[in-house]
Design a protein around this ligand. Structure first.
Ligand code: BGC
Length: 367
């Protein structure tokens, strides 16, 4: 439907242009509504300190891939640094500057609907990047299978909890991401899908669960400290939604000499997260090949600008209120000590120099 809408918009514009040409006998037409011919793209990312990924991976990869697919494009880049109002202002500023395609990773999946509405007033399509924007008129969504991310984390726990629990001591906590990020809801959903049967059966006991506002890493530490105190340190498993928060949860565990003894999960395959895996403090992470996400986004941007088919790129759909948003959803990969070399190192997502910093030489046959 949506593809068709843009096609119709473009077709309409072409007709008007042709008529104008015929009528005026001039080759100068006014700027066309819609993204066709667009060479000014706004890229808006949500935060810089909730995960290293945004500024070290997404920002450079998006700029690189969009520029490669649309030579001569100019890109306005902004990071909202955790503030949804700031992000709306940044989007409005981009529209004022004449940006004609927006790529937005929303800080707040619901509030960012205002960005979509503002953009559509100017006939500017919006591609939601990594995080869904909850608006049925959203044009495209490019991300990973985010429920699958939670399933990979949950499956790791289901397959490995025995090494950490003893009879009567199988207590787990859930430190989820930010509830206003649709991804955090999906990660949680995926993890619970795998772990709830074990909890219902009494094999594992959930003693604490929370969302972490804004994915604030330091808040995750406070949450873990509170959970440890409330349970007299009797915690064996910490489901933690990403590597940034896992790092601070590990600080809370280390203060109680529990690091390495508690199963800790993560996500993003950051250099710091992989270091913690090598050191034995974190047991797994989820690798999301961001280059694929940035590449698909750039392909959509280029197709919109060139007026070519987008349906061969956005082959999936995502339920979004009353509509389905055309989507590209890439596949996440679970990473632990056994496959660091064959995944993140083999792909060049991290280098040995990155992950072996502060890790003793000889560790795990990697450093
Ligand atoms: C992303 C994760 C990231 C988290 C915090 C989520 O929406 O998918 O990769 O760790 O936000 O920035």
């Amino acid at each position: 439907m949506r593809h068709q809408r843009w096609f119709q918009a473009l077709f309409g514009v072409t007709m008007v242009g042709t008529l104008a040409l015929t009528a005026c006998g001039s080759s100068s037409t006014t700027a066309a509504a819609g993204p066709k011919g667009c060479m000014k793209v706004g890229v808006l990312l949500p935060e810089s300190d909730t995960s290293a990924r945004w500024e070290t991976k997404d920002h450079p990869l998006l700029v690189q891939q969009i520029t490669a697919d649309l030579p001569g494009v100019s890109i306005d880049y902004s990071n909202a640094n955790g503030n949804a109002d700031t992000q709306l202002q940044q989007a409005e500023a981009d529209l004022t500057k004449g940006d004609c395609i927006l790529v937005v990773a929303p800080h707040d999946s619901a509030q960012a609907a205002q960005i979509v509405q503002a953009a559509h007033k100017d006939h500017v399509p919006v591609i939601a990047y990594d995080r869904l924007i909850k608006d049925p008129t959203l044009d495209f969504y490019v991300s990973f299978d985010n429920e699958k991310v939670g399933e990979l984390q949950g499956t790791y726990i289901a397959n490995n909890y025995q090494k950490y629990v003893t009879p009567g001591h199988a207590n787990m906590v859930f430190i989820n991401g930010s509830q206003d990020d649709n991804n955090a809801v999906l990660f949680r959903q995926g993890a619970h899908k795998i772990l709830d049967p074990l909890i219902t059966a009494g094999t594992l006991k959930s003693v604490y669960e929370t969302y972490t506002p804004g994915w604030t890493n330091s808040t995750a530490q406070t949450e873990m400290e509170g959970a440890l105190t409330a349970n007299n340190n009797d915690i064996q498993i910490a489901y933690v939604a990403n590597d940034g928060m896992a790092g601070t949860v590990i600080q809370a565990l280390t203060a109680q000499h529990l690091n390495g003894k508690v199963l800790v999960t993560g996500q993003d395959a950051t250099a710091a997260g992989i270091q913690q895996i090598l050191l034995g403090n974190q047991m797994m992470t989820v690798y999301k090949p961001i280059v694929k996400e940035a590449t698909a986004t750039a392909q959509l941007v280029a197709a919109l600008s060139k007026g070519t088919d987008t349906s061969s790129i956005a082959t999936g759909t995502t339920a979004n209120g009353s509509a389905n948003t055309p989507s590209v959803l890439e596949t996440p990969v679970a990473v632990d000590l056994t496959n660091i070399a064959s995944t993140v190192l083999a792909d060049g997502f991290v280098t040995k120099a990155d992950i072996c910093q502060n890790v003793p030489a000889g560790t795990d046959n990697i450093c």
